[in-house]
Design a protein around this ligand. Structure first.
Ligand code: ADP
Ligand code: MG
Length: 375
C-alpha cells in the first residue's frame, strides 16, 4: 500500500508529497533506486525536511509496482511509543496481504486500538487505548516485519519497504533498529528496504557506527537541491498549461529559492495566485511574491528561532547576511569564541538548517534566510 497522496488542485502543490507525475527532475535518483532495488541493496536517503524524500520514494514505489513489486510505505514521523510504531507498520503492511493480516493479527491489533476495515486494504485507528499493550505491539511488529518473506515464499514477488522518517522509530524504543535487523537480515531476495530521514546526524549514527545493528546495512543517497534549468523549464510549462505568463518573475523566484523544492513550489504557487488576478510578471512582482511567502512562513521561522541558542542565532543570522560562519570578526562582535561558533554550525548542519561546503555556508531554507535579513 502506498501513502495516499492528497493532491492539491494546482500544478504547484507545496504541501505533502507531490504526485509522481508532478515531480521535477530526480531521474538520476529514480534510476539509482531502481538499480539498488533490483540488486536488493538497501538504501538510506537523507535530505532536509521538505526536500522531496517522500515524493521521490512514492515515485520509486510506483515504478516498482509497474514491474510487479509489492510496496509498503511506513510513515514513522513523530512516533511516540511501541503501540504507535505497531500502528504505523500495520497501516502500511495491511495492503501487502489484507487477508493474512486480518486473520492472523486482528486480535492483537484490536488490543492496540486498530481495526482493519472489511474488504478494502485499509486500517482505521481508534482513540489510543489508555494502557498501551507493549507485548501485543512487539508481536505485531515482528509478525508484520516477517510478512515480505512469507509472501516471497508464496509467489516469489519481492516487496519494497520504505521506512520514512526512520530516525523517529527509535523514539518508540531505543533498540528497535536491532529488532528490525534481527528480522530483515533473512529477507535476501524477498525485500528491499529504503530508510529515509531528515536528521543527517541521526541517520549517520544508525548506519555508520560499528556497534549499531544496522551498521553498513544501507547505501547512502543524498537528495540535493533541484537543478535550476530543469526547474525553470518544468515550471514554465505548467504556467503555460494554466494560460499564465510568468515572465521574468519566474526566473527571479527560481534563483531566490536556490533549489529548495518546497520553497520553489510555494513561490511558484504564490506567483500563479498573483498572475491570476492580472498582475504583470515583472521582477518587482517577484519581490511581492517573496513578501507573501515570508508572511505565510514567519510563524514557523519565529518558532525555530525561539529554540536556538545564542551562538546558533548569531551564526544563522551572520550566514544569512553573507558572512563566513566562523569568521574572527563575527566571533569578536558577539564575544563568542570561534570554537563556539563552529560547534553551533555543526549542530545546525546536523539538523539540516545549515549547509556547508568547505568555507562556504548557506541556510537550507531561503525564506528563513530572507526573514533573518529583514530582522
Ligand atoms: N522533485 C520535486 N518536484 C517538485 N516539487 C517537489 C519535489 N520535491 C519536493 N517538492 C516540493 O516539496 C514539498 C515537500 O515534499 P516531500 O516529498 O513531502 O518532502 P520530504 O519528504 O523531504 O519532507 C512538496 O509538497 C513539493 O512542493
Ligand atoms: Mg516526508
Amino acid at each position: 500500500m502506498t501513502e495516499p497522496i492528497s493532491r492539491q488542485g494546482t500544478p504547484f502543490p507545496f504541501e505533502g508529497p507531490v504526485p509522481p507525475d508532478l515531480l521535477i527532475d530526480r531521474e538520476d535518483e529514480l534510476r539509482l533506486l531502481a538499480r539498488r532495488a533490483a540488486d536488493r541493496v538497501n538504501v538510506r536517503l537523507v535530505a532536509p525536511r521538505r526536500y522531496g524524500k517522500t515524493s521521490l520514494l512514492l515515485a520509486h514505489a510506483r515504478c516498482l509496482q509497474r514491474t510487479g513489486w509489492r510496496t509498503a510505505h511506513v510513515d514513522l514521523s513523530r512516533v511516540t511509543d511501541l503501540a504507535d510504531a505497531a500502528r504505523r507498520l500495520a497501516a502500511a503492511y495491511a495492503g501487502l496481504d489484507a487477508g493474512w493480516v486480518r486473520s492472523h493479527l486482528a486480535g492483537l491489533l484490536s488490543r492496540l486500538g486498530i481495526t482493519l476495515s472489511a474488504g478494502a486494504a485499509s486500517v482505521s485507528v481508534a482513540p489510543r487505548p489508555r494502557a498501551p499493550d507493549h507485548e501485543a505491539a512487539e508481536t505485531v511488529i515482528v509478525q508484520l516485519l516477517d510478512l515480505p518473506l512469507r509472501l516471497w515464499r508464496q509467489d516469489q514477488t519481492p516487496t519494497l519497504v520504505v521506512l520514512d522518517e526512520f530516525q523517529d522509530l527509535l523514539v518508540a524504543r531505543k533498540d528497535l533498529d536491532g529488532l528490525l535487523r534481527s528480522r530483515i537480515q533473512y529477507h535476501g531476495d524477498a525485500a528491499c528496504y529504503v530508510y529515509a530521514g531528515s536528521e543527517p546526524s541521526m541517520i549517520r549514527e544508525l548506519f555508520e557506527q560499528r556497534e549499531r545493528p544496522l551498521f553498513a546495512q544501507a547505501d547512502p543517497l543524498t537528495l540535493g537541491p533541484l537543478p535550476p534549468e530543469e526547474t525553470q523549464g518544468g515550471l514554465l510549462e505548467r504556467f503555460r498549461g494554466e494560460q499564465l505568463d510568468p515572465g521574468e518573475a519566474l526566473a527571479e523566484l527560481v534563483a531566490f529559492a536556490h533549489g529548495h523544492p518546497q520553497r520553489t513550489m510555494l513561490l511558484a504557487y504564490l506567483l500563479s495566485d498573483r498572475l491570476i488576478t492580472g498582475a504583470h510578471p515583472t521582477p518587482a512582482l517577484a519581490d511581492e511574491v517573496i513578501d507573501d511567502a515570508i508572511t505565510r512562513t514567519e510563524q514557523a521561522h519565529q518558532a525555530l528561532w525561539q529554540q536556538l541558542s545564542r551562538p546558533e542565532r548569531v551564526l544563522l543570522a551572520g550566514v544569512a547576511d553573507g558572512r563566513a560562519p566562523t569568521s574572527r570578526a563575527l566571533a569578536a562582535e558577539h564575544q563568542l569564541s570561534r570554537g563556539t561558533l563552529d560547534a553551533a554550525a555543526r549542530r545546525l548542519v546536523n539538523q539540516a538548517h545549515l549547509a556547508r561546503d568547505g568555507r562556504a555556508a548557506w541556510l537550507t531554507d531561503p525564506l528563513l534566510a530572507e526573514w533573518l535579513r529583514r530582522r
